[in-house]
Ligand binder design. Structure first.
Ligand SMILES: Cc1ncc(COP(=O)(O)O)c(C=O)c1O
Length: 432
């Protein structure tokens, strides 16, 4: 697929918001490795901390000990959470944090049913996949976990209806959905929380993508004024360097799992507290403070809005710019002018949501900016710039998008460019 669209570069260096390939070309990275390199690539303090940890070579993963670093990182995470969140279980990935949340919620409530949202993405291990709101991911892997039911994202009455059955262990949701950069109203979040409390179900906020500063606050749900029972994080936690995730929860939830000596090891994961992940995590959190990351995200988020909103006015193809902080969705759709609408429909007739793909390609090939379509069958481009991005990156991106959208508006050159890339990609594949 990457060959087909000629994205198959060989990158040899990463510097902050930029990637450099083997030909010396520099690319603006608005994927950040799907959000993990939140502090940019080659972050000196994180790299140094990892070198120091390797040099110190302290005993790692003794397992039958009381290791210091996981405790310190857990304390740092708890300190950034709302009162009531007191326990942290480390994992190797976002999906594993979600798996833990499923188990802990079932254990704490003695109930089995989990509610999730349409378009939800919580990872692709079997349990997390059972909470996936997209058919394209689930197909071919069933039967998945029983007792998992989908409700429309942001629909409090559907949530109330399901909760009334009295068998729901938890409602899980992303504060901003990664697949589509979809958002629910603040009212929904408040109501969802009070409904869960009333029906004694737990609320799990999956902050794997929107959390750790991306929205402008450490956890995105802080901005909705809610206090979930379980929180999952991963991606940015180690600054991208070492796989790591964490499930944060209340003492009651944790104690329901580890409720006796016999149950002391009922949930564990061999590498979860590995030292390099913990060191990278601590260095990342320290860098958040030292570099005033949350404030920067809020400022750069506003700069994006200021630069991109005028393009919504200027181009009929661009319907909306949505998101929070530096999780941004560019929503494309049918123009109103008949000639433009015909062109849009012609492209969409080839494949649904092809239009946004046609924008991603010239952003990359003409302007060397790496972005992605937010989800299958959705005309939304998602931007996940490193949280250290600033005015220069905003300007580079806005100018590039302006140029590409102006081509789309003016004529069919973009279609030819797209066709040429695909044809070259096919030839290249045939030669291989
Ligand atoms: C909200 C959310 N939850 C969970 C996951 C799964 O994380 P991982 O790929 O580390 O398993 C992702 C990954 O994109 C995600 O965005």
């Amino acid at each position: 697929m990457l060959g087909q669209i000629e994205f198959d570069r060989f990158y040899v260096k990463g510097e902050g918001c930029y990637l450099i390939d083997d030909k010396g070309d520099r690319y603006l990275d608005f994927l950040s490795g799907f959000g993990v390199f939140a502090l940019g690539r080659g972050h000196p303090a994180i790299v140094q901390a990892l070198h120091d940890a390797l040099d110190a070579d302290l005993p790692n993963l003794v397992q039958m000990d009381c290791a210091l670093l996981p405790g310190v990182l857990a304390q740092e995470l708890v300190a950034r959470s709302h009162p009531g969140i007191e326990r942290v279980f480390f994992t190797n990935s976002g999906a594993e944090a979600v798996e833990s949340a499923i188990k802990f919620a079932r254990s704490a409530t003695k109930r089995t049913r989990i509610l999730y949202c349409d378009h939800a993405f919580h990872g692709l291990t079997t349990g997390a996949l059972s909470l996936n709101g997209g058919r394209e991911f689930r197909s071919g892997f069933g039967p998945l976990l029983p007792g998992c039911d989908m409700i429309p994202f942001g629909d409090a009455s559907a949530l109330a209806r399901e909760l009334r059955r009295g068998d729901v262990a938890a409602f899980i949701a992303e504060p901003i959905q990664g697949k589509g950069v979809n958002m629910a109203s603040e009212d929904f979040w408040q109501e969802a929380q009070s409904l869960c409390r009333r029906h004694k179900a737990l609320m799990i906020l999956d902050e794997v993508q929107a959390g750790m500063g991306r929205s402008g606050t450490f956890f995105c749900h802080e901005q909705f004024g809610i206090t979930p029972d379980i929180i999952t994080v991963s991606k940015a936690l180690s600054g991208g360097y070492v796989p790591v995730g964490a499930m944060l929860c209340t003492e009651t939830v944790s104690d329901s799992v580890f409720s006796s000596m016999d149950r002391a090891v009922v949930h564990s994961s061999t590498f979860s507290t590995n030292q390099l992940a913990m060191v990278a995590g601590l260095a990342t959190l320290q860098a958040f403070e030292d570099e005033d990351i949350l404030d920067r995200v809020r400022r750069t988020g506003k700069a994006f809005t200021k630069a991109l909103d005028p393009l919504v006015e200027k181009y009929e193809f661009l319907h909306e710019v949505r998101g929070m902080g530096l999780m941004i969705g560019l929503v494309f759709g049918e123009p109103t002018t008949p000639a433009l609408r015909r062109r849009f429909r012609m492209i969409e007739a080839l494949r649904s949501a092809l239009f946004s793909q046609m924008i991603v390609l010239p952003l990359f090939h003409r302007h060397r900016i790496l972005t992605q379509v937010a989800a299958d069958n959705m005309n939304v481009i998602k931007l996940l710039p490193p949280l250290i991005a600033g005015d220069d990156e905003v300007e580079l991106f806005a100018d590039a998008l302006d140029d590409v959208l102006s081509s789309a508006q003016q004529g069919s050159s973009l279609i030819f460019e797209f066709g040429k890339t695909m044809a070259r990609g096919t030839l290249h594949k045939a030669r291989l």
